[in-house]
Every structure is written in structure tokens, then in C-alpha cells.
Design a protein around this ligand. Structure first.
Ligand code: ADP
Ligand code: MG
Length: 484
């Protein structure tokens, strides 16, 4: 039997507002426990929530970015349940009239093909507090700082068909929210978390299978691993004559497995009802137009433009547009040097390699986009060769010079293109290498091409890497062949 995987994601994005969604308390991460929850976040008697307009604007910007319908009216509902990290006894959320309607996101797969994933809706809600299990032996600590932090929950249609597609979708969402600047997207700090709904069905069957929902997966890698485990579990279960039950499961990264938490609750278990403390949100056209006019160029548009206008490959365009910081750095390098392909190669090659080695993000690159652009210009105008360029890059990286030109000057890396000077170095190398010359002379003509490498190396060394390699090659061949 051939099986097909079906996946739908509910992604929770913490919005980067400075204060909570219904109160003035700070949302900053990492404060001492219980120092940032105010009376409103705790739902104490006699206080009323006031909606943070910034959270509304951010949710709408997301909606516009995924080409979603934005309904004129949205409404907050109470989702009622008990949990120690929810002292109010209900979560203020949106059930029946969410702020963002149906939209879609384009994802890019490994083979550079794209696929559209439909978004069912996105709604605003408040985050709950946090239960801390690690620091307390036999007890649970409660930190309510997170209570009331604004969340945008983005619910996809069950359009994904593999763990890879799910990870690509999550990356696309991450890239959109960080481009928009509506979230820092920091998954390690919980700014983005997702519930993964997984089912399997026999290939060719129309009806979906019963799904399990894996809660709170907080990294791209864990999403893939949780799905891989879950798919295998469900297939084995069905093939052994069992049935998948609709339930909520937990992914355990240590053991690389999912475990049952509870059977799935239904929406009506939560007794949703419109929150009597909050007015419906009404958005007019002028407000939407204003927010639309503020949208930056989005990742999918950048990717397309990098290909059509700059002639980059699909692969390069995809890598360079994935993060806004990377895209802007690349664009600046390109603006300075004027060669998109070279700019792309240097940003993805030398620069990304160095950043990865030192675990730095591109905003903290010791080599600025301006410096890298100038360095590339010096390769393009033949002032230095590729080998010297790497030395210049390293020097700039280490802070040993203000600009490529300064480093080239200080280190004497200017490329030697003067034929006379190169010939003199060649003559010297030939004079000092009688054994290699004899070997060259005695070898088969088709093997000589390879042997020339030794002489090129010596001449380049003699020039401290500054001789023009093409000229060295050509002149060497002439001179050696003249000795035959
Ligand atoms: P709930 O709100 O109870 O979690 P929804 O019907 O709103 O349920 O769906 C939540 C998520 O589950 C959505 O992202 C949806 O795409 C996904 N989903 C629904 N049915 C399936 C299925 N059979 N297999 C995989 N995912 C599914
Ligand atoms: Mg759900």
C-alpha cells in the first residue's frame, strides 16, 4: 500500500509590540519571573482590557502580505479553560470573526520549484504564562510574564504533503513576519511555535485520514523530525489493523518520538463567547490602504526580481531573499560593485562561510557591504586577482584596514600584469628548477598541461600571489615549450 501524508500547520507568532495586547505591561523577553504581568494580564476584578492598536496593525500587515481578505469587522471571544498559567480562566482569542481571512503563501522546495499553500485564516489572541518544571523539584513554577503577549495564530489549510513542505512553509512564514518586522521570529525564545496536524491516507483516496495534532514544536528541524516519526507511527498502526485516534500529542526531541497528551477537545468544549469587555474591531478602507502603502518588498517579490532583473539563478535568488538582512546586505554589495553574480557569490561564499564559522549574524558582519562591494570592484577592474582578494577579505574581516584599497596598498597586493616583470619571474623559476624542466620535457605532450601547475605555483609564490594567473599560465607555456 502506498501512503500519502497530509499536513496542516497552526503557527503562533509573538508580535513585536512593546506592550501587551490588552495592557501596558512590557513584553520584553528574559525579565525576572512575574515582574511583567499587571492586573489586566491576571484578570483581576475591576480592570478592563484595552486593545493595543499596534497588534491590530501588525496582524493586518501580515494579512495583506499573504493576499488575504481582511474583513471589515472582527470580534474577540473568550476561550474558557483552566490551567495554572492562565489565571483569568479564559484566553481572549478570536473564534468566529478573525482579523485575517483566507490567503496564501508561496513556498520554495529543494528543487527550486514553488507551491502555493492556502491559509485558512489568522487570528489575534493573547499568550498564556509559562509553567517551569525544571527548576523546582516535585513542583511547578509559574511565570506570568508572558501572559497577555500578543500572538497571531496563522492556520493553514491541510495543503502540505511532506515534512519538507511543512518546513518550507514554516520558513516562508518566518521570512514574511521578519521582513514585515512584526516579529523577531526567534524560535529558541518561543517567538514562533507551531502545532503540527498530521494524517495519512492511501494514495489516490480523496477523503482525509484522522489526524493527530503535535503541540508546540519550536524549531524547523523538530517539525521535520516530529512529522517523520508521526507518519511512520500512523502507517504502522493502520497496517496492523488499528485506527488513528484524533488526539493531541507532544514531541520529545530527546527520544525523537511523539507521545499522547490528551484526546482532542472540540471547539464547543471551550464554551467560546464574544468577550463582553472588548468592542468589535472595525477597519475602514483608508486604514487598510495606509498599511498597504507601508509594506516593504516581500520575500517572494524579491526572489522573483533577483531572477528577472539581476539574472540570478533560482537557487541564489532563494537563498539571498530568505532573510531581509541578507537580502539588504546583498543589494548594497551589488549597488557598490555593479555585478550581481559576483556579489551573490561573495555573500554566499566567503562572507557566509566566515559568519558561520564565528557564529555571527549578517548584521554583525565585521566586513560591511560597502567594503565587500569595493573589494569585488577591485577584482572586476583587475587591480587584484582572486587569490589576493581572499587575503584582502581576511584583512578587512580582522579589522586590518579601512577599505579594500587601503589593504591592497598596505600589503602590496596589486596585481602584476606587466609582461616583462612576469617573464623575469618565470625565467628565474625555470632556472631554479632544472629537474622539473627535464621532467616536463620528457613527459607525454598530453601530460604537460597538468605538470605546468607546479611552475604556476612557483611563479605565483615568487610574486606573493600578485601575478595575473592567466598571463602566468600563457607565458609559462610559451617559455617551457620553447625549451622542448
Ligand atoms: P482545530 O481548531 O480543532 O485544531 P481545525 O479544523 O481548525 O481544527 O484544523 C486545525 C489544523 O489542522 C489546520 O491547519 C488544518 O489544515 C489541519 N487539518 C485539518 N484536518 C487535517 C487532516 N485530516 N490532516 C492533517 N491536517 C489537518
Ligand atoms: Mg488546533
Amino acid at each position: 500500500m502506498q501512503w500519502e501524508t497530509v499536513i496542516g500547520l497552526e503557527v503562533h507568532v509573538q508580535l513585536a509590540t512593546r506592550s501587551k495586547i490588552f495592557s501596558g505591561a512590557s513584553t520584553a523577553f528574559g525579565a525576572e519571573p512575574n515582574t511583567q504581568a499587571c492586573a489586566v494580564d491576571l484578570g483581576l476584578p475591576g480592570v478592563l482590557p484595552v486593545l493595543n492598536e499596534q497588534a491590530v496593525a501588525m496582524a493586518v500587515q501580515f494579512g495583506l502580505a499573504v493576499h488575504a481578505e481582511i474583513p471589515e469587522v472582527s470580534v474577540f471571544d473568550r476561550k474558557n479553560y483552566f490551567y495554572p498559567d492562565l489565571p483569568k480562566g479564559y484566553q481572549t482569542s478570536q473564534m468566529y470573526h478573525p482579523i485575517v481571512g483566507a490567503g496564501e503563501v508561496e513556498i520554495t522546495l529543494d528543487d527550486d520549484t514553488t507551491k502555493r499553500i492556502r491559509i485558512h485564516h489568522a487570528h489575534l489572541e493573547e499568550d498564556a504564562g509559562k509553567s517551569l518544571h525544571e527548576d523546582f523539584h516535585g513542583m511547578t513554577g509559574i511565570d506570568l510574564n508572558r501572559a497577555g503577549t500578543p500572538l497571531l495564530e496563522i492556520v493553514s489549510e491541510p495543503d502540505m504533503r511532506s515534512a519538507k513542505e511543512a518546513a518550507a512553509y514554516l520558513k516562508a512564514i518566518h521570512s514574511i513576519v521578519t521582513y514585515l518586522g512584526i516579529s523577531d521570529g526567534n524560535m529558541a525564545e518561543g517567538s514562533m511555535r507551531c502545532d503540527v496536524n498530521v494524517s495519512v491516507r492511501p494514495k489516490g483516496q480523496d477523503a482525509f485520514g484522522t489526524r493527530a495534532e503535535i503541540k508546540n514544536v519550536n524549531s524547523f528541524r523538530f517539525v521535520e523530525r516530529a512529522i517523520a516519526f508521526e507518519v511512520e507511527r500512523q502507517i504502522e498502526l493502520i497496517e496492523d489493523g488499528g485506527k488513528v485516534v484524533q488526539e493531541t500529542r507532544l514531541f520529545d526531541p530527546e527520544r525523537d518520538e511523539t507521545r499522547s497528551m490528551r484526546t482532542k477537545e472540540e471547539a464547543n468544549d471551550y464554551r467560546y463567547f464574544p468577550c463582553p469587555d472588548l468592542l468589535p474591531v472595525v477597519l475602514d478602507q483608508a486604514y487598510l490602504d495606509h498599511l498597504r502603502s507601508q509594506l516593504p518588498e516581500l520575500p517572494a517579490d524579491k526572489r522573483t526580481r533577483f531572477q528577472s532583473e539581476l539574472g540570478l539563478s533560482a537557487y541564489d535568488a532563494n537563498v539571498l531573499s530568505a532573510s531581509r538582512d541578507m537580502a539588504e546586505f546583498f543589494e548594497e554589495v551589488h549597488r557598490v560593485c555593479g555585478d550581481a553574480k559576483q556579489a551573490a557569490n561573495w555573500v554566499q561564499g566567503e562572507l557566509s562561510g566566515a559568519l558561520n564559522r564565528e557564529n555571527l549574524s549578517i548584521q554583525h558582519s565585521p566586513v560591511s557591504a560597502q567594503q565587500l562591494g569595493e573589494l569585488i570592484s577591485r577584482v572586476l577592474d583587475d587591480t587584484i586577482n582572486g587569490k589576493a582578494a581572499k587575503q584582502v577579505f581576511q584583512a578587512l574581516w580582522n579589522g586590518q584596514g579601512e577599505s579594500a584599497d587601503a589593504v591592497i596598498e598596505a600589503k602590496g597586493l596589486k596585481q602584476v600584469t606587466d609582461t616583462g616583470a612576469i617573464e623575469a619571474m618565470i625565467d628565474q623559476v625555470i632556472a631554479e628548477s632544472p629537474a622539473q624542466v627535464a621532467q616536463y620535457r620528457d613527459s607525454e605532450p598530453e601530460k604537460r598541461g597538468k605538470m605546468i601547475g607546479y611552475f604556476v605555483g612557483q611563479v605565483m609564490k615568487a610574486s606573493r600571489g600578485t601575478a595575473n594567473p592567466q598571463q602566468v599560465n600563457g607565458l609559462l607555456k610559451e617559455k617551457l615549450d620553447a625549451l622542448l
